[in-house]
Design a protein around this ligand. Structure first.
Ligand code: IPD
Ligand code: CA
Ligand code: CA
Ligand code: CA
Length: 263
């Protein structure tokens, strides 16, 4: 299958999972369990959506591997690997806020070649196939360019866990006086799509997982943004930074000395 064909399949699956979530979301979803901390929650529908996505991948491409937030790593037989976050923005889902999405990336030979982020409550489906641009429904996306750091609207996120939050708050105290303002949507995948769509100028976050940014990272890159870790390292498990070239380097140089692992 070409990247475009994989994207078409990923899009169908993300639409079906999104419609299921919208139809089945109770007025007040219940927390099924907590994960890394008491505020890191999972609902029954996170699990149901991942099961649906895995079933559809298995029907269409039985030999493919799947890495999903709720179901873990399922090895395949040398084909593609699907990187699945069934609900990115579970806390928003829990509270009835509209920033949550089904995120599906498809990796071939270790590289994401197709990505879809379906922000169902807002009716916005972001997608990209490698080399074919980033799209919001039928509209081609381009990130903002030529924005200096002190005019940049910057999205970020805070991973779960009190220790991590303390460090992130300290970093934020240094960043805030140097930029236009901060936005925190509660979904890494949507933040990356917001960079792609020019709704924010940049995004950074420490401690994300591969499934958070696999699809959104391709969408941002295809919209002209650079996405990298510190000193050009891979974004996972490093700090993720994403912005147009120029702003990216300014953000990098601001964040590098603030990194807890900096020596
Ligand atoms: C979370 C969201 C959030 C980010 C966290 C992620 P989840 O994913 O993307 O914006 O700040 O780091 O874990 O748990 O809602 O899938
Ligand atoms: Ca989660
Ligand atoms: Ca996530
Ligand atoms: Ca999730």
């Amino acid at each position: 299958m070409t990247a475009g064909e994989l994207l078409a399949l990923a899009t169908d699956i993300a639409r079906e999972a999104g419609e299921m979530l919208l139809a089945k979301r109770p007025a007040r979803p219940e927390v099924l369990a907590t994960k890394s901390s008491p505020t890191d929650v999972v609902t029954a529908l996170d699990k149901a959506a991942e099961e649906l996505i895995r079933a559809r991948i298995g029907q269409a491409r039985p030999g493919d591997a799947v890495l999903g937030e709720e179901g873990g790593d399922t090895p395949g037989e040398g084909g593609a690997r699907w990187i699945v976050d069934p609900i990115d923005g579970t806390v928003n889902f829990l509270y009835g806020l509209p920033d949550w999405a089904v995120s599906i990336g498809v990796e071939v030979d270790g590289e994401i070649v197709a990505g879809v982020v379906n922000n169902i409550p807002r009716g916005q489906l972001f997608s990209a196939a490698k080399g074919e641009g980033a799209w919001l429904d039928g509209e081609r996306l381009w990130c903002n360019t030529g924005v200096p750091l002190d005019r940049a609207l910057v999205a970020t996120g805070f991973g779960y866990g009190a220790d991590r939050r303390r460090v992130q708050a300290e970093v934020l105290a240094q960043v805030m006086p140097r930029i236009r303002d901060i936005r925190r949507s509660g979904s890494c995948a949507i933040d990356l799509c917001s960079v792609a769509a020019g709704r924010v100028d940049a995004y950074f976050e420490r401690g994300t997982n591969y499934w958070d940014h696999a699809a959104g990272g391709l969408i941002a890159a295809e919209a002209g943004a650079r996405i990298d870790g510190l000193y050009g390292r891979p974004v996972h498990p490093d700090l993720v930074m994403c912005a147009a070239p120029g702003l990216f380097e300014e953000l990098h140089d601001l964040l590098a000395p603030l990194d807890p692992d900096h020596d």
